[in-house]
Design a protein around this ligand. Structure first.
Ligand SMILES: Nc1ncnc2c1ncn2[C@@H]1O[C@H](COP(=O)(O)OP(=O)(O)OP(=O)(O)O)[C@@H](O)[C@H]1O
Ligand SMILES: [Mg+2]
Length: 369
C-alpha cells in the first residue's frame, strides 16, 4: 500500500438486522486530503465513519490505517478522532479544560498540555475564550473547541460527521471556510460527512457519493458535477437541479431529435450519426444543467417564460416548453417578463443522456453542432 494512503476500506459491509447500512464499499483516502462522503439521510455515511473510528465492527471487509489492518483494533488505539454532529462540549468545563481533556486522560505533563492547548487555541482562534465555560459558547466556537480537542491528540485522521448542520446558513459559510483553512494549514487528513451537496463540492478534494449503503461515484467535485455517472448523482448534485426531459432518441436529417409522447425536440442541429447510432430508438432521459442552456434567437427549443426567480446575482427563467418545464440561468438585468416567448439553445457538449430504465449515463457531450 502506498505511504500516501492514510485510510483504506476494502469491501466493507455492515448490517443491522435486515438493514444493510453499508454495502460492500471500498475507497482510499490520501494524506492531507479532504475527502467527503455525500448522500441522503440513511445512506450509511455515519456508519462508515464509525467503522473507520472503530466504534462499529464491519460484518465483512477490512479497514487499514497507514497500512495496518485495524479491523479488530479497539477505537482508542487507532489515533483517529471523530467529531459528532452534536459537538458535546462539556458545558461546565472551561474551553481550556475542554481542549485539554484528551491530554489529561493520557496523563501528559502539565507544561506539555499547556503548550499544546495554547497552540491549538491559537490556530482555531480560541485564545481569547480559554476561560469561558463551554456552555456559554456559540455554535461556531463550540465546533472549534470540538476540533481543537481532537487536534491536540494529533490524530492520523480527523472524521467529521455533519458538523455544520446545526448552525444557520450565514455562520455555516464562514465556518466552512475556516474548516478548510485549518485543514490546509495543518495538512490534516480529513473525512467529512454531509448530505449537503454544495458543502461537499466546496470543501472537498474528492467526494464519494453514497446511496443505500453503496458508493455510486467517487471523484473530484468537478468530475461529480460535470460528469455524473447516473441520474441519481446528476440530480442529487447541483442546485437548481439538472433539467430532465424523457423521450426516445431519433435522428432526422442529421439532427438529433428527442421524441416525447406528444412532441419532438430538436436537440442539436448536426450530429455525428455513428456516435449515437446505438442509442437511437431507446428510451432515454436527457439532462442539462440550467447554466448549460442559453436564451437566444437562434435557439431550437421554443417556450414560454412561466416564472422568473432571482438567485443571488442571476435570474432563473422557468420556461414551459410543450409539456415540460426547464430552468435556464440568465443575467440579473436581462429584461425578461413572465408570459414572454423565448427560444433556448442547449450546449450540445453539455447534454447528458441517461438510460431511462436503469438511470445509467449513456452519453455526454460527444454531440457536435
Ligand atoms: N445502531 C443501529 N441499529 C439499527 N440500524 C441502524 C443503526 N445505525 C444505523 N442504522 C441504519 O443503517 C442505515 C444507515 O444509517 P446511517 O446513520 O449510517 O446513515 P447516514 O447516512 O448517516 O444518515 P443521516 O444523514 O440521517 O445521518 C439506516 O437505515 C439506519 O436506520
Ligand atoms: Mg448520519
Amino acid at each position: 500500500m502506498s505511504s500516501r494512503v492514510v485510510v483504506k476500506l476494502e469491501n466493507v459491509t455492515k448490517r443491522f438486522g435486515d438493514v444493510v447500512a453499508v454495502n460492500n464499499i471500498s475507497f482510499e483516502v490520501y494524506r492531507g486530503e479532504l475527502f467527503s462522503l455525500l448522500g441522503p439521510s440513511g445512506c450509511g455515511k455515519t456508519t462508515t465513519l464509525r467503522i473507520i473510528a472503530g466504534l462499529e465492527q464491519p460484518d465483512e471487509g477490512r479497514v487499514y490505517i497507514e497500512g495496518v489492518d485495524v479491523t479488530k483494533m479497539p477505537a482508542r488505539e487507532r489515533k483517529v478522532c471523530l467529531v459528532f454532529q452534536e459537538y458535546a462540549v462539556f458545558p461546565h468545563m472551561s474551553v481550556y479544560e475542554n481542549i485539554a481533556f484528551g491530554l489529561k486522560v493520557k496523563k501528559l505533563p502539565k507544561a506539555e498540555i499547556d503548550k499544546k492547548v495554547k497552540e491549538a487555541a491559537e490556530i482555531l482562534e480560541l485564545s481569547s475564550y480559554l476561560n469561558y465555560k463551554g456552555g456559554r459558547l456559540g455554535l461556531s466556537e463550540q465546533q472549534r473547541v470540538a476540533i481543537a480537542r481532537c487536534l491536540v491528540v494529533e490524530p492520523k485522521l480527523l472524521l467529521l460527521d455533519e458538523p455544520l448542520t446545526l448552525v444557520d446558513a450565514k455562520v455555516r459559510e464562514r465556518m466552512r471556510r475556516e474548516l478548510k483553512r485549518i485543514q490546509r494549514e495543518l495538512e490534516t487528513t480529513m473525512i467529512y460527512v454531509t448530505h449537503d451537496q454544495l458543502e461537499a463540492l466546496m470543501l472537498s478534494d474528492r467526494v464519494a457519493v453514497m446511496r443505500s449503503g453503496r458508493i455510486v461515484q467517487m471523484g473530484t467535485p468537478e468530475e461529480i458535477y460535470d460528469n455524473p455517472k447516473d441520474l441519481f448523482v446528476a440530480t442529487f448534485v447541483g442546485s437548481p437541479t439538472m433539467n430532465l426531459v424523457e423521450g426516445v432518441l431519433e435522428l432526422e436529417e442529421n439532427k438529433l431529435v428527442l421524441k416525447t409522447p406528444s412532441y419532438k425536440y430538436i436537440l442539436s442541429k448536426e450530429v455525428e450519426s455513428n456516435i449515437i447510432q446505438s442509442l437511437l430508438g431507446s428510451e432515454v432521459v436527457v439532462g442539462f444543467r440550467p447554466e448549460d442552456a442559453e436564451v437566444r434567437n437562434d435557439g431550437v427549443l421554443e417556450g414560454t417564460v412561466k416564472l422568473i426567480e432571482i438567485v443571488e446575482d442571476r435570474k432563473i427563467l422557468h420556461i414551459k416548453i410543450n409539456e415540460d418545464e426547464v430552468r435556464v440561468f440568465v443575467d440579473l438585468l436581462a429584461p425578461f417578463t413572465e408570459g414572454q416567448k423565448v427560444k433556448i439553445r442547449i450546449n450540445p457538449l453539455k447534454l447528458h443522456i441517461f438510460e431511462k430504465k436503469t438511470g445509467r449515463k449513456l452519453l455526454k457531450g460527444v454531440v457536435s453542432g
